[in-house]
Design a protein around this ligand. Structure first.
Ligand code: ADP
Length: 238
């Protein structure tokens, strides 16, 4: 089966800084893939290029075989790639349920590939149904992150990109989040997550790709990658 996302030779320069130096990466349909790497290794830039926030300096991104390289963010979202932000992006003055409804209105037109249920069902899924009538602005941090997940799911993605989904969450909230994310492939949603929290990545991902200075230095089964001397060197050798 061809990958849902195929990244080839992806490069990104910011002035003299090489953020991505020709990255090849395939995301297989139905998996939860982790992309790890130290600070400044290019993880966020990779996401920003895939979602259209930044145009690449070179290379291609194919989504379900279609070339989406350099398309605008709304076109990429409509094609079926969703993402969550490190900062939850809810409208603080609107209700929790209302936020999910609004996010759902931006879902891709005629996208029948992922018949995810109603906004209320999404709130049930993330465990916020009791708070549907509250203003998003009053939610505690952990609940706001869960709302962020519901907002991303409301756009009915077939590929969901998660950027440090557990940052700032306590252990209980983190395991709730892990439980939710693990269910997504069963709903037809492939997941790619970036984080430097190895404990979280080991819980979530069977496969890891490792970036260092904008290059991919390892890619394979999680346990194997974590035992790779090149990877240990990056994380422990400094
Ligand atoms: P990570 O997410 O792994 O911490 P980033 O993708 O944020 O890494 O950063 C990779 C490199 O690109 C860093 O050297 C960073 O300073 C640089 N960089 C990222 N975004 C920008 C930008 N908008 N302008 C200039 N340099 C950037």
């Amino acid at each position: 089966m061809s990958p849902i996302l195929a990244i080839s030779g992806l490069g990104k320069q910011f002035g003299g800084v090489t953020a991505l130096a020709g990255v090849d990466l395939a995301v297989e349909e139905g998996e939860i893939l982790g992309v790890v790497g130290p600070n400044g290794s290019g993880k966020t830039t990779l996401f920003n290029v895939v979602t259209g926030v930044h145009k690449p300096s070179g290379g291609t991104v194919l989504f379900r075989g279609r070339d989406i390289t350099g398309l605008a963010p709304h076109a990429i979202s409509r094609a079926g790639i969703g993402y969550t932000f490190q900062q939850a992006m809810a409208f603080a003055g609107l209700g929790v349920l209302e936020n999910v409804q609004i996010a759902g209105e931006h879902r891709r037109a005629g996208g029948a590939a992922n018949p995810w249920p109603t906004p209320q069902a999404l709130l049930d899924f993330v465990g916020l149904s009791a708070l549907g009538g509250e203003k998003a602005g009053v939610l505690p941090f952990g609940s706001l992150r869960l709302l962020g997940l519901a907002l991303a799911l409301a756009t009915r993605p077939s590929l969901l990109l998660l950027d440090e989904p557990a940052a700032g969450l306590n252990d209980r909230e983190t395991s709730a989040l892990v439980g939710l994310v693990r269910q997504l492939p069963g709903h037809g949603i492939t997941v790619c997550v970036i984080d430097h929290d190895m404990k979280l990545m080991q819980m979530l991902c069977r496969r890891l790709a490792v970036l260092d200075f904008g290059s991919k230095i390892a890619d394979g089964p999680t346990e194997k990658v974590l035992a790779d001397p090149k990877v240990l060197d990056v994380y422990l050798g400094g």
